[in-house]
Ligand binder design. Structure first.
Ligand code: NAP
Length: 282
């Protein structure tokens, strides 16, 4: 068996960001307003600070302005909700990103639901989940949206194929499965209570690993010729898939880093420009 081909998320994300930058420049010229993403960060968790900084830097390179709203760690749910409602009503803001996790004292769902659906460019609200699941116009959760773009780029049609999604979080596993289902895959979800993960993975034509457990998926469980998408990330640039053994059996595989990761921010930027275009009526 030959080694799997790598799915290069860095290259695809670069092309998406270039295209997004062109659309942002065109929109700015036609309307006099640049697309604007508001970023809201509660507290100063170092990883979250870094993620928000990265997202704002990428906005800048794509001609998207960003408005950063840092809130102290002891901010209450009510205060976060009030901030998000203000941003939702502000015509100068086209997209809103609420960085999470936010700390156990905040009702994360209440906070997400304070984001107006037309500005939910990170795809975290109930409304976005519903439109995504029904295949209606709206915003998708960024990492699953990026995964689908990667599959399309490499000519993988999910229709009729068995997809196994390992992980069922609201921002990653669950929406990834819904997007695959919407594209006519036969979808199985696995999670921490799944009794025989190996057996489920062995059935998969497409595996999406979205757990956060280093090298949980082993090559011996990958069906020969399967497409392996590793969305997991643990410190030290380690994914959820044991790459060295899986690459020997898969037909296509995402590296970590450089696979799914860059696609998340590219999708966020693209959806911010989509939101601005809709709100500015162009
Ligand atoms: P999460 O909220 O912690 O969810 C993890 C999921 O994995 C849960 O559904 C959990 O099951 C399941 N799980 C845990 N242990 C398992 C096991 N032994 N076998 C099978 N399933 C198991 O995590 P998340 O936010 O979805 O993130 C998952 C990973 O993706 C992390 O590594 C994260 O860093 C990465 N990530 C990457 C990006 C990106 O841009 N590339 C974006 C977001 C997240 P239960 O539901 O039963 O608890």
């Amino acid at each position: 068996m030959t080694q799997a081909r790598l799915m290069d998320g860095t290259a695809l994300a670069r092309r998406i960001v270039e295209e997004t930058a062109k659309r942002a420049a065109d929109l700015t010229e036609r309307t006099g307003s640049a697309p604007c993403l508001a970023t809201v960060l509660v507290g100063e968790d170092p990883a979250s600070v870094t993620y928000v900084r990265m997202k704002r830097n990428r906005c800048r390179t794509a001609g998207i302005t960003s408005r950063h709203v840092p809130l102290p760690a002891d901010t209450t749910t009510e205060q976060v909700v009030a901030t998000l409602r203000e941003l939702s009503a502000d015509p100068g803001v086209h997209g809103i990103l609420l960085q999470h996790p936010m700390g156990p004292h905040i009702d994360e769902r209440a906070a997400f639901e304070a984001i107006a659906p037309q500005k939910d460019v990170d795809g975290v609200t109930f409304a976005s989940f519903a439109t995504m699941s029904f295949g209606l116009p709206g915003f998708v959760s960024c990492t699953p949206g990026g995964i689908m773009r990667l599959l399309d780029e490499y000519g993988v049609d999910p229709a009729g194929r068995r997809a196994v999604v390992v992980g069922r979080s609201a921002i990653l596993g669950k929406p990834a499965g819904m997007l695959l289902l919407a594209r006519d895959a036969t979808v199985t979800y696995c999670h921490s209570r799944t009794t025989d993960l190996s057996a489920a993975v062995r059935e998969a034509d497409i595996v999406v690993a979205a757990v956060g457990r280093p090298r949980l998926i082993r090559g011996q469980d990958v069906k020969p010729g399967a497409v392996v998408i590793d969305a997991g990330y643990s410190p030290g640039n380690v994914g959820d898939v044991d790459f060295d053994s899986a690459v020997e059996r898969a037909s296509l595989i995402t590296p970590v880093p450089g696979g799914v990761g860059p696609m998340t921010i590219a999708t966020l930027l693209e959806q911010t420009v989509d939101a601005a275009a809709r709100q500015l009526g162009v």
